[in-house]
Design a protein. Structure first.
Length: 293
């Protein structure tokens, strides 16, 4: 039996198991994206290698990339985290399902009805699926920010990938290659004192820039681990500098930036996405935010 035949047989067996019926050719079975995603998820749980999974996806959908035909679109315009409840979360669940990370209906224990039969609550199950999605596309979401593992938090880089795949305007991703941004201040290992003003500067200086932080080792006063979370200090900064009131997180809809260590990030686009955007990435300085000693 050929490799392709074996992979298709594996898919058929998985489909039989999931659908509880004799597996039919895909066109006759009329598998939904959710059912296809469940088959792929089952194969992953059996430890199937990426080549096998790709062949099965190709057999089921005609597309080995893991994305579904663009019959559905949604532009993600806000960051999302555990506890959020809105239509963007419902759209996120749909996108995750299409990417092979289905979230079980009702995993949050209830909630508001959303699109495609999903709910609108961002719970732990959604966060786990987001982590899988981030690690699937690590080269464009995690690596440019110096992060090794998914965070389960929807920040700018994750939104950019989602929008490239499913955005109604098909927004482009920031390239993951070399950086053209050099951060001049603050310097590495600088300590920024909460409540004071910190000066950020970078090169180049012409254009509109995104300025943000990526939490490296941060646990807030409630014991919540912020590691990997992306925090916007300010977007659409004109020129090559910005004075920040240390701790202010109003542009990220948080009350305050907790004490801890952060990677400073500057991007050559007002909102961190765009066809020619580059970011400082892992080459930026790591700084500490804390109270006055």
């Amino acid at each position: 039996m050929s490799s392709f035949a074996r992979t298709f047989a594996c898919a058929a067996a998985a489909a039989t198991f999931i659908l509880g019926a004799t597996a039919l050719p895909v066109q006759a079975a009329g598998l939904t994206p959710t059912q296809i995603a469940a088959i792929i998820s089952l194969l992953q749980s059996f430890g199937a290698d990426q080549s096998t999974i790709g062949n099965v996806q190709l057999a089921l959908t005609g597309n080995s990339s893991g994305t579904q035909p663009q019959a559905w679109c949604h532009t993600f315009s806000q960051n999302l985290k555990v506890g959020d409840a809105n239509s963007d979360v419902a759209a996120l669940r749909e996108a995750l399902t299409r990417e092979g990370f289905p979230v079980e209906l009702g995993s949050s224990g209830g909630g508001y009805p959303g699109i495609a039969g999903q709910t609108q609550i961002f719970d732990d199950a959604v966060a786990a699926a987001v982590t899988g999605f981030q690690e699937k596309y690590a080269s464009s979401i995690l690596t440019p920010n110096g992060i090794s593992h998914g965070t389960g938090y929807i920040g700018a880089a994750t939104r950019a990938r989602l929008n490239q795949l499913y955005g109604c305007g098909n927004q482009a991703l920031p390239p993951s290659g070399g950086s053209s941004v050099t951060i001049l201040s603050p310097i590495a290992d600088a300590r920024l004192v909460r409540g004071t003003t910190a000066h950020f500067s970078w090169s180049p200086t012409t254009g509109s820039f995104y300025l943000g932080l990526v939490a490296q080792r941060v646990v807030d006063s409630n014991g919540l681990d912020w590691t990997g979370r992306q925090i916007t200090i300010r977007d659409a900064v004109a020129g090559g500098s910005y004075d920040w009131q240390v701790g202010d997180a109003s542009y990220s809809n948080y009350e305050v930036v907790p004490d801890g260590t952060y990677l400073v990030t500057v991007c050559t686009s007002a909102y961190r996405t765009g066809p020619t955007t580059t970011c400082s990435g892992a080459g930026g300085p790591v700084i500490t935010i804390g109270s006055r000693r």
